[in-house]
Ligand binder design. Structure first.
Ligand SMILES: [Ca+2]
Length: 481
């Protein structure tokens, strides 16, 4: 408890400090997960920081016994609201002093945004900055010396938070690992809403555009039939979905009674979602990647219900209402999201010059069968940054690794484990582990040329950095010179 009395942190209350042995299970804060695992012996500091007169965030610093001088800040997911306990465990198992926050509210939903702009500000840009400021002070007090280098790890909303932090607070982190970033956030959620509408939400099974799970299996098989071989090998993975001109017309019914074909309304729905989303002639969001349908058959995406992300965002953050008739959802909702842009959340700004100039390194990755955030958006952001900074290659400080056959942040038939999070079977070497690759880049000046992923069955595949293409040489994939 000596630590508690020596910690004098701005606007912060230290709630509990406990030593945790390796292999223990601890009770998490909040409603997101029932328990959290601790692999490495550490000191667990729970704290609360007042972020404004009407908002506060919960956070935890996990301080491993064996520390290599590195600080790691963590992001969140979805509309969370959830301290990333698995990543706290992952970071500390890699000997980082690791800090995670609940992002200013509890739970993976947006109700807390209703009528509280400051809670939105925490979510949109502030929590990660506060986490870095307060977390670093706790680390210095506990170890009796400041950290050497500061890193960030997050995926999805966490990828957006990492991007936002590089834009707004470029001094906070030396290295940022940002997966599947939910950047251009308002358009992303609008895309999600429009996709739901296209395939029958909220009417669901009564909509002529609704596609039941057994027909989605047919669609997934047809996508592979048309495009799996384009990369040179039929292995169930489409290396470059942007090269796949999927034609759903191939499934159009000639015999309505067969049950193994699609109606015209269903084909039209597919034509809509496998095309980019435009509004008033402007590209709002890239298309649903062909190949992404396979891993979410039977899941919420195709249920005919509106996803709760655009639902909560529109009601609680944008319109500030409790009720909305989602059968009326359309382009006007997207324009409202864009105009209000709660908390300045859009995160679609290519000016990373301050982060670059202070020596920051940005490593980002995106699975190419991500059904929640189309991988084309990461290419789009790369191109935006390159255009803004007036340079053809961002290699000096920003690298984007494209991961064929990986879903949202992890999973899928591809070589989808590469140290981006806990629970992956990647080897702990920088050639196979994105977090260690980032450390090598920041501390050793050795930039990752590629990252090798490992699939569930143990096979490996090298993942190339955009815009370098992944090519099949007859035996394996490699990165084109
Ligand atoms: Ca293939």
């Amino acid at each position: 408890m000596a630590l508690k009395s020596s910690l004098n942190l701005e606007n912060t209350t230290v709630l509990d400090i406990a030593y945790v042995a390796a292999g223990a299970t601890v009770k998490p804060h909040g409603t997101c997960v029932p328990k959290a695992h601790v692999s490495t012996p550490l000191c667990r500091v729970q704290f609360s920081t007042q972020t404004s007169a009407t908002s506060a965030m919960r956070a935890e610093a996990w301080l491993p016994d064996e520390w290599y001088g590195r600080f790691l800040g963590l992001g969140n997911g979805g509309l969370g609201g959830c301290i990333s306990y698995r990543e706290l465990d992952y970071g500390t198992s890699m000997h980082f002093a690791t800090v995670g926050t609940n992002n200013g509210h509890d739970g993976d939903e947006g109700r807390a945004f209703l009528g509280n702009e400051e809670v939105l500000n925490d979510f949109a840009y502030r929590s990660i900055h506060v986490e870095a400021i307060i977390g670093k002070q706790i680390v210095e007090t506990y170890y009796g010396q400041p950290h050497d280098k500061a890193y960030y790890l997050g995926c999805s909303t966490g990828g957006r938070q990492g991007t936002q932090t590089a834009l707004k607070y470029p001094e906070d982190f030396d290295g940022i690992l940002a997966g599947a970033p939910a950047t251009d956030f308002n358009h992303l959620l609008h895309w999600s809403g429009m996709m739901a509408r296209a395939i029958g939400a909220p009417e669901g099974t009564s909509s002529p555009a609704f596609i039941p799970p057994e027909l989605w299996k047919l669609v997934a098989a047809e996508v592979l039939a048309q495009c799996d071989g384009l990369d040179g090998v039929r292995d169930g993975i489409i290396t470059e979905p942007d090269a796949c001109p999927f034609r759903p017309e191939a499934l159009l019914c000639h015999d309505q009674g067969s049950g193994k074909c699609l109606t015209l309304a269903q084909v039209e729905a597919l034509r809509t979602i496998y095309a980019p989303l435009y509004g008033d002639g402007e590209l709002l969001y890239p298309r649903f990647d062909p190949g992404s349908e396979g891993i979410y058959i039977g899941g919420a995406r195709f249920s005919g219900e509106f996803s709760h992300y655009p639902k909560d965002w529109l009601r609680y953050a944008v319109l500030n209402v409790t009720d909305y008739d989602f059968s009326q959802y359309g382009p006007a909702a997207g324009r409202a999201m864009e105009e209000v842009n709660p908390g300045g959340i859009a995160t679609f700004d290519g000016d990373l010059s301050a982060f670059r100039d202070r020596g920051g390194k940005f490593l980002t990755y995106h699975g190419r069968i991500d059904p929640l955030i189309p991988s084309g958006n990461s290419k789009r952001v790369y191109d935006l940054v390159a255009r803004t900074l007036r340079t053809a290659s961002l290699d000096a400080f920003y690298r984007l690794i494209m991961v064929p056959g990986m879903g949202h942040c992890a999973g899928g038939p591809g070589a989808a484990s590469f140290g981006q999070r806990e629970g992956t079977n990647a080897r702990n070497v920088s050639s196979h582990n994105a977090l260690l690759a980032l450390v090598d880049w920041v501390e050793g000046g050795v930039a990752p040329e590629a990252i090798t992923g490992t699939a569930d069955d143990g096979t490996e595949r090298v993942h190339c950095r955009y815009p370098i293409r992944s090519v099949w040489d007859g035996e394996k994939f490699g990165c084109e010179n």
